[in-house]
Design a protein. Structure first.
Length: 107
């Protein structure tokens, strides 16, 4: 009986974890900007890089808002929503990036 309960617990935990993790091993184009200034995210203060995929916004781990130019410039993340090429996964409601390339703006 203990082994059945243990097995059910492990399966339930595993399924819950799998739903929280959205893995993307392929390159995709997403919207990138300041989560607070452009995407209206409130869970952090200040200015932090975020991406929006499938209508949902995630703060980014693995790169920083200041590594991609002046965030407060006219075309910076706090002033504009940009396109970025990314590879990564959603983990614990954050986008953990292994590749982030800001794309040139279309004129």
């Amino acid at each position: 009986m203990k082994s059945i309960v243990s097995l059910l617990f492990i399966l339930t935990f595993s399924l819950g974890f799998a739903q929280d993790k959205k893995e993307t091993t392929k390159t995709q184009i997403v919207e990138a900007s300041c989560g607070q200034c452009q995407f209206g995210m409130k869970s952090k203060s200040g200015c932090d890089l975020a991406v929006r995929m499938d209508g949902k916004s995630y703060f980014v781990e693995g790169t920083d808002i200041n590594k991609h130019g002046d965030a407060h410039a006219e075309d910076g993340f706090c002033s504009a929503i940009r396109q970025a090429e990314v590879v990564g996964e959603v983990k614990d409601n954050k986008f953990v990036v292994s590749h982030f390339k800001l794309l040139p703006q279309k004129k």
